[in-house]
Write a protein that binds this ligand. Sequence first.
Ligand code: SAH
Ligand code: SF4
Ligand code: F3S
Length: 435
Amino acid sequence: MNYYYIETFGCQMNVHESEKLAGILESRGLTAVSGASRADVIVFNTCCIRDTAEKKIEGNIGELKALKRSRPDLIIVISGCMTQQAGRAEALKKRFPFIDIILGTNNQYELGEKIDALLKAGKKIISIDNADKPAISEEVPVFRTSFPNAWINIMYGCNNFCTYCIVPYVRGRERSRDPERIISEIRSAVNEGYKEITLLGQNVDSYGSDLDSGMNFYKLLQKIAEIDGKFRVRFMTSHPKDLSEEVIKLISEHPNFCKNIHLPVQSGSNAVLKKMNRKYSRERYLELIGYIRKYMPEAGITTDIMVGFPGETDADFADTMDLVEKVRFQNAFTFVYSPRNGTPAAAMEQIPADIKKSRITRLVALQNSISDEISLDYLGKTYEILIEDEEGGICAGRTDSGRLVRFPGDKEDIGKFVNVKITKNKASSLYGEKV
Ligand code: SAH
Ligand code: SF4
Ligand code: F3S
């Protein structure tokens, strides 16, 4: 056993968890390869947020069948959110009998021991911890793959039960990490040369509510602000029901905190927000946007929006379009509502597919035109960019506000801060030159 291949689907949470799966395999002497065909161990870290994600993953798993037939020693591991759905692991095993190990989101730390058990007994393994609050496994080695960014969990799980969402069912209840562990992980990453720290949680603003110490997100940010060094801090995701003016002000006051807020709105209609169980109104949402603009006029604000939620009327959709025009998001991730088994919204009366399609098309067109107008504001100005990537002599990096900019540069520059003057806006991408 020499090589492993991990394919990651879904959100940043999964991207980081794949770094932990990689850490386990690296600590056993395996090395990553860039394609499944050469690997001895293949791990799929899955997502089930929408039907499209699941279909794609099932297709990809199906493609492994031939590989397994030609190399029976190959070890195939399926992990992540998909495996945690009720009855899903058994169904996967039945449909894809060539899978060797199925590991739930809270069982990933077992990867090494389960591989040993498989080799010893030759029997397929399913290991899923369905507890409401599974223990946080702190001792897993992390093999980081996103330099200069280091992902750092501050919490796991979700308590919110938005009626469309599968996450609380596959990730359990909120568990906050010990603040000292978070701070020491940030310090180590900064000492190792990481220049960007992204704090991860389904709802970072409720950090600490399950701890006895009176800790909260505001106090955690205060502690992070005390860490010396030049590095950027981002976090996701903020929930409009919990984000406070205090936190927004604190972010505005410290140079290390990026002026970039991802604040999913989902819908601009109060009736729909209520049915979604989001626990805020469009008025409160717009008030929060007001605070962000007041304290950080330059901030990049991004969001997630869904169309076609059960019962969404033309008037509800018009409210969403209106909110998008009022806020003027820098960028929006737009989704068509997808019914998820076992969630309350899946049992509500659904909207016809053609209406969903026409709404998403109109929403995307509106947001694209706004994003393009905002891009024009960047032209001719100079921004500090953290270089994240390089390909064929072109570097890519972000402004503090989260905009991606491309400009000529070298691979050695990855991880450096440089000043770049924006010279061109083409197909929603910004281009510039180092100054
Ligand atoms: N915890 C974060 C995001 C979780 S999922 C939050 O609360 O905002 C990321 C995005 O996927 C959500 O913001 C939502 O817009 C979208 N999403 C979640 N469930 C969905 C579903 N059933 N159909 C379509 N989009 C969905
Ligand atoms: Fe899903 Fe809502 Fe939790 Fe986000 S806050 S993960 S959308 S239930
Ligand atoms: Fe993330 Fe998908 Fe799970 S969005 S939390 S990987 S269901």
